[in-house]
Ligand binder design. Structure first.
Ligand SMILES: C[S@@+](CC[C@H](N)C(=O)[O-])C[C@H]1O[C@@H](n2cnc3c(N)ncnc32)[C@H](O)[C@@H]1O
Length: 181
């Protein structure tokens, strides 16, 4: 296990609470892409990676016969369960890097998780094994080359003198996302 994943992910649970930095960006993007997944997915079973705020999970839930979600933070899982007691899904506490199952899924959804791991190719290869024949993997990641991010990361374009300026600048760098199906 690498140093990065042996870190306790629970320390980041606060980032997935209402009012956290990037709340608006997250609300806009994470409430949008799951609808594109639903447009293209064929039902059956769903394996989702990463709970976070739970936006995607709430939208995707109920559209599949079975919904399993994996997250490495017990605190994020408990937070989600407390806020969404009525959803029907199985939550598994595991790092993506070590998750294993005999089950095969019709749809696997990796929404804004690959940018959090050391080796995204390793995660794609590992989870491809859990795909049923004819199934689909959906991946969304931030666009590091977006116009907003490139402008905001030019030297001198990000005022850092006050907390509000930092927040505005950081928000501008999150850019847009792209979907590969
Ligand atoms: C940005 S959030 C996911 C957002 C969510 N998929 C959505 O689209 O609304 C990232 C989540 O991945 C989890 N996570 C990050 N790295 C992980 C890893 N290596 N293994 C398991 N979970 C991880 C975090 O605890 C967090 O809940």
């Amino acid at each position: 296990m690498t140093d990065a994943i042996s870190q306790d992910l629970d320390q980041f649970a606060g980032a997935y609470q209402p009012g956290a930095l990037y709340a608006l960006d997250n609300e806009l993007i994470l409430n949008w892409y799951p609808h594109r997944v639903l447009d293209q997915a064929k039902g059956g079973s769903l394996l989702e990676l990463g709970v976070g705020h739970g936006y995607a999970t709430r939208i995707l839930n109920g559209h599949f016969e079975r919904h399993v979600i994996v997250d490495g933070s017990g605190a994020v899982i408990e937070q989600f369960k407390a806020q969404n007691p009525d959803l029907s899904l199985e939550m598994v506490e595991s790092y993506f890097e070590t998750f294993d199952t005999e089950e095969r899924f019709d749809t696997i959804c990796m929404g804004f998780v690959l940018e959090h791991v050391d080796d995204p190719a390793d995660i794609l290869t590992r989870f491809r094994r859990f795909l049923a024949p004819g199934g689909s993997i959906f991946v969304t990641v931030p666009n590091a080359e977006s116009m907003h991010r490139r402008a905001a990361t030019r030297p001198g374009s990000c005022p850092t003198s006050s907390p509000s300026a930092k927040a505005t600048c950081s928000s501008a760098t999150s850019g847009s996302s792209r979907l590969a199906a």
